[in-house]
Ligand binder design. Structure first.
Ligand code: C5P
Length: 408
């Protein structure tokens, strides 16, 4: 039911399991999907374009630049057409190419240019799968945001037994059904999220300001991931160097007060994630002109900035169904974060140890612990902010569904 009218782009790689793609096409169509297929050069050694086109009722795409295609660029149009992209079988060689960002045929070019969810479905001999090189590529691809279905344990075409066997077409269908069920639910119910990110700048005069360390990357990645999961997300961002994707609505602000005002204007929201490093204090007055060095100037009077997270948590009228805070700490990270979660009435807090130079501020990597109201903790080891965001977003959406279930 959940797959009805979904557009699936299937990329067939060069492994013996490619023959299972025919079964998958049939199952997808029975579920009401539209299927288009890209056949790689090595995939063609295992299945023929004729059998695929007879089943999919569509032409099979093979070359990067198809002269018969009236100048339309397949590598862009195919991914824009699709709701999801499946790569089956994903061979060790294909994983290696994707982890390097190779784009030397239609399949790899489409994957690199894609703006959709990509599911890699590996199949290879157990030794190839557990090889350090493949595992390194697996982790890297995961951190790039690719989703993996399988591989599973089982007997392989070569006669050996172990992990590396491709998930069956039925398992793949069941995975996709779950994925689209959630995504469609959030879309249909028009679930809205606000994510705050970045630092704020509190000006002393036209050139000087007080601010916090923050690149805004973690919040941005969380917002992107929520949007990908079907949640209508608004990112409210302080000044950052990020080149924001057009896939997401971004409202830019400078000061904490502006961020607070825009958050209020964007409410109501079902979910709010406050990851911004809002400056706790701001100058009481902003000098109209640049303060001169020669003038006697030895104090800046400060006042408190509004605490957006606390406002959302304490104010029943505005409280989102799920409120998530961030907690940057340098010591006693977990306990301090739990205290903060209680103080600000959050449902979940993401504890961030910012004492390490290799993760956290201004780098692409992060290491966090997700803590919920029930006291459950989930540590995410050092990984890319994109990967960390995908885990946080999944946790957020599962908690949101739990809350909804309890309310109904
Ligand atoms: O108390 P502390 O600033 O450490 O709390 C951090 C959490 O509070 C983060 O989620 C941050 O986004 C939020 N916060 C806020 N508005 C402020 C200060 C912090 O939303 N003025």
């Amino acid at each position: 039911m959940n797959l009805k009218n979904k557009k699936i782009l299937l990329i067939i790689g060069g492994g013996i399991s490619a023959y299972k793609s025919l079964d998958l096409i049939r199952l997808l169509q029975r579920k009401g999907c539209f299927v288009k297929v890209i056949l790689t050069k090595t995939g063609k050694k295992f299945v023929t374009p004729l059998s695929i086109s007879s089943l999919s009722k569509n032409k099979v795409f093979e070359d990067t630049f198809d002269e018969k295609n009236n100048g339309k660029m397949d590598h862009i149009s195919l991914s824009r057409w699709a709701d999801a992209i499946l790569v089956l079988p994903t061979t060790a060689n294909l994983m290696s190419k994707l982890s390097r960002g190779t784009a030397n045929d239609l399949a790899t070019t489409v994957i690199l240019a894609a703006d959709k969810e990509i599911f890699l479905i590996p199949a290879m001999n157990v030794r190839m799968w557990i090889h350090q090189a493949t595992q390194k590529n697996f982790n890297l691809l995961f951190s790039f945001g690719y989703k993996f279905i399988g591989p599973i344990d089982g007997e392989m075409a070569c006669g050996e037994y172990g992990k590396g066997k491709m998930s069956s077409p039925r398992q793949i269908i069941s995975y996709l059904e779950k994925f689209f069920k959630k995504k469609d639910y959030f879309k249909k119910k028009n679930i809205k999220a606000i994510v705050t990110t970045g630092p704020t700048k509190e000006y002393i005069d036209p050139v000087r300001f007080i601010s916090n360390e923050s690149s805004g990357k973690q919040g941005y990645e969380i917002a992107l991931e929520l949007e990908r999961l079907g949640v209508k997300t608004t990112l409210i961002s302080g000044p950052t160097n990020i080149n924001y994707s057009k896939d997401i609505k971004v409202k830019r602000v400078t000061s904490g007060k502006q961020m607070f005002d825009i958050v209020k204007r964007t409410l109501p929201a079902d979910i709010a994630v406050c990851s911004a490093a809002v400056s706790d204090f701001k100058p009481l007055i902003k000098n109209k002109n640049k303060i001169k060095k020669r003038l006697k100037f030895n104090e800046i009077k400060l006042e408190k900035n509004p605490d957006i997270l606390e406002f959302l948590g304490k104010n029943n009228r505005y409280k989102p169904k799920l409120l998530v805070g961030f907690s940057a700490e340098t010591e006693n990270v977990i306990n301090n974060s739990i205290d903060k979660m209680k103080e600000k009435y959050c449902d979940m807090i993401i504890a961030n140890d910012v004492s390490k130079k290799t993760s956290g501020f201004n780098v692409d990597f992060n290491e966090v612990t997700i803590i919920d109201k029930k006291g459950n903790t989930h540590k995410i080891k050092r990984n890319s902010k994109k990967f960390v965001a995908s885990i946080i977003a999944r946790k957020i959406m599962n908690s949101f569904l739990d809350i909804k279930k309890n309310l109904n």
